[in-house]
Design a protein around this ligand. Sequence first.
Ligand code: NDP
Ligand code: MG
Length: 383
Amino acid sequence: MKKIIVLGSTGSIGTNALEIIRHSEGEFELVGISGHKNHKLLIEQIREFKPKYVSVGTKEGYEKIREEFPELTVYLGEEGLKELAGVKEYDILLTAVSGAVGIEATVEGIKNEKRIALANKETMVAAGPYINKLLKQYPKACIIPVDSEHSAIFQSLLGGKRDEVKKIIITASGGTFRGKTLEDLKDVTVEQALKHPNWSMGRKITIDSSTLVNKGLEVIEAHELFGVSYDDIEVVVHPQSIIHSMVEFKDRAVIAQLGAPDMKLPIQYAFTYPERKVNEVIEPLDFFKLNGLTFERPNTKVFKGIELAFRAGRIGNTMPAVLNAANEAAVDMFLRGKIKFLTIYEILERAMERHIPVEIESVELIKKIDKETRNWVYKEYER
Ligand code: NDP
Ligand code: MG
């Protein structure tokens, strides 16, 4: 039996992970969970799964949980996430919090020599070079990607040797606004941007999908996870989201992983790798219900997210952390109705222009740059 801690158990990935564990027939045991503001759901999860360790984001939630479950070890806030990841008795840490707040807990999990099932892409974007250095220092720790594209690449890479890879092809649904012009996007509302055609996800990543910044972050994530140069990463729009990504080898063989657009498979695979397990909640893909698989070039003139990420990634060092922080602040403001949709790109561009990148030598440095960038964005755009 594998012991699992889920950071962000109250979120979209988190609840999918709990569904996998619920139907794993004793394969997995949930020993720790964390939520931020939704302590109501967190309490329901404690009642059902009886974990030993819990972390919660608010004082109110902390007190309620302490009162109802006096025997439980309860942690609080950002420090609490770190403490939870630092607990000894578990095998796999699923990092499914949203945003750069996941960095320190991931670092703690690596130092704790655990398997990290990484959903939290912002960690790899903002701190990739640092995380990779740390993985070398702690060779018993490893990262298995959960992001569907990266899980697909990870699985496809098993079809050849690393030095035989020609390029990585990341598929993109194209988002809610595929086919729209800049004029169409000028006045789109939050509700429109939150309607994703294929995937049901948290609010932040759904907006990132509609700007294609999500795909940009995934390009940087792929570069950091698989060590492939930016020249050998390509994005292809595939609106049906059935092919989750591909690897082209030097003999021109292309190996892909296909599946229904559902995160349960990549989550479970990150738990079971190198094995595969039956789980009744994972739906099979029915080819006879598909109306074809199509492909197109992303419209990078309208959706600047991919190009901006390539730019940040190629500059490297702290630039991707700035892109990520500016994006988190911009999406937060868009969701609160403070800025227009296209202003998100303007913010990313301006934040990058004013930043002079330096080498990432510590998590503290990333945190400092992250905070400084957010503060600048709020100061410039919040009214
Ligand atoms: P959600 O918004 O649905 O969930 C986020 C989780 O993180 C919740 O449990 C939330 O707690 C918690 N959280 C939010 N802010 C904080 C904070 N400041 N401190 C601690 N915990 C916090 O997001 P998703 O599940 O959609 O995404 C999670 C991560 O997985 C992201 O990094 C995303 O990019 C990545 N991902 C998601 C995919 C998806 O299909 N959803 C696909 C691929 C990657 P609460 O709700 O209690 O406030
Ligand atoms: Mg993805």
